[in-house]
Design a protein around this ligand. Structure first.
Ligand SMILES: Cc1cc2nc3c(=O)[nH]c(=O)nc-3n(C[C@H](O)[C@H](O)[C@H](O)COP(=O)(O)O)c2cc1C
Length: 389
């Protein structure tokens, strides 16, 4: 099948991945209402078609944290991404950098930042709040030594969300032997993945965590360690402590409330990411696009506002920028493509989004990023739909 859009890549990923891997990527928390709304609220958001504006060439170049990028899109941090294709994170970083957009590496990645840095330009790094503050400090030192150009601090996982699909697939529930047998049978049903990733893609460990837990442990032990070590006692004081250790751009990921956004700006972070972790944490929380306008209004220019959750088309990126974001992150979109076609798939997804974004801008009469604002949306319908405040 030829992939024409992001959802086609989802279909291809489902055919290629063992079930537990596909469900891990695709799923969300509890009843997945927030996950669904992340997507459906975008679809509902009405763009205003404008004609005869003489738009000409569209310019979507962007500057974020002092660096120039080809478009306002960043690859979001994804745990275990490296299991979607052989040494998957390296393939994805290459695609992102060839396209001129940033890549954020998860703490829970398979490839380490050092392994990636040997083969690519510097990346952005995402850190979780772990109980072991020594581990966090060491990670910040490693990020500095690897030349990482921004630190993203994810704050919406003080405890891991409950995801029923992972329980049913054999990833997180059942006895250890039953789980292994279940997953093994799913791997046998996907020989392409079993060969490319299972046999040739090792080591299958969470690279950054292996120093804390031992190199021989499997993904399951690593995940159990990580889950035990997410820290529910974290406060703004911890953010201030990290601020003191990191003098590059510091970005807080996982904000959905204007008061929290103001507090982040008060601590002096360079950026925030409006996010509900792709609907994987608090089911019932607002969709990201619905949360965005009041947050953008609350912080104004005090910090750079990015958003993620539910971006499936270039038109969604246009909508997010109209609602006050300076840029977006894509999560599942790039991982599905990585699973389906490796580096070439991720490169293609970025091309698709770029093309779709330019067309949506031309049809709304916007020639450049700075033209994107509430005026490109149908404000009357917006109020009826209850967006913005
Ligand atoms: C499989 C998967 C793993 C994720 N792992 C991480 C992670 O390690 N760190 C993090 O900050 N966010 C993580 N996220 C959240 C993403 O960074 C991002 O917020 C989300 O995927 C955006 O929604 P979208 O998938 O609809 O684009 C993960 C999301 C998915 C789908």
């Amino acid at each position: 099948m030829l992939a024409a859009n992001i959802n086609d890549y989802r279909t291809l990923a489902k055919r290629r991945l063992p079930r537990f891997m596909f469900e891990y990527i695709d799923g969300g928390a509890f009843a997945e209402a927030t996950l669904r709304r992340n997507v459906s609220d975008f679809e509902e958001l009405p763009l205003k078609q404008r004609i005869l504006d003489g738009v000409g060439e569209t310019d979507i170049k962007t500057t974020l944290f002092g660096q120039n990028y080809s478009m306002p899109v960043t690859l979001a941090p994804i745990g275990l991404a490296g299991l979607n294709a052989r040494r998957g994170e390296i393939q994805a970083v290459r695609a992102a950098q060839a396209a001129g957009v940033p890549f954020i590496l998860s703490t829970m990645s398979v490839c380490t930042m050092e392994e990636i840095r040997k083969k690519t330009d510097p990346i952005w790094f995402q850190l979780y709040v772990m109980r072991d503050r020594g581990f966090m400090k060491a990670m910040i030192e490693r990020a500095k030594a690897s030349g990482c150009t921004a630190l993203i601090f994810t704050v919406d996982m003080p405890v891991p969300g409950i995801r029923y699909r992972d329980m049913r697939s054999g990833l997180s529930a059942g006895g250890p032997i039953a789980r292994r047998v279940k997953r093994f049978s799913q791997v046998l049903a996907r020989p392409g993945w079993a060969w490319d990733v299972g046999l040739l893609g090792g080591p299958h460990t969470l690279g950054h965590v292996s120093s804390a837990i031992g190199k021989r442990a499997g993904v399951e032990e690593f995940w159990a360690w990580a889950s035990r070590n997410f820290d529910p006692t974290v406060t703004w004081k911890d953010i201030a402590a990290i601020r003191a250790l990191w003098d590059g751009p510091l970005i807080i990921k996982g904000i959905l409330d204007p008061d929290d956004a103001r507090a982040a700006a008060d601590v002096g972070v360079e950026g925030i990411i409006v996010s509900n972790h792709g609907g994987r944490q608090l089911d019932g929380a607002l969709s990201s696009i619905r949360a965005l306008p009041s947050i953008a209004k609350a912080v104004g220019d005090r910090t750079t506002v990015l958003m993620d959750g539910g971006i499936r088309t270039g038109a969604d990126i246009v909508r997010a920028l109209c609602m006050g974001a300076k840029g977006v992150l894509i999560g599942r979109a790039w991982v599905w493509a990585l699973a389906a076609r490796g580096e070439a798939g991720v490169a293609h997804v970025l091309q698709i989004l770029e093309k779709e974004m330019r067309v949506a801008m031309a049809l709304t009469g916007a020639a450049r990023i700075s033209d994107l604002g509430p005026g490109r949306l149908d404000l009357r319908s917006l109020r009826e739909l209850g967006f913005g405040n």
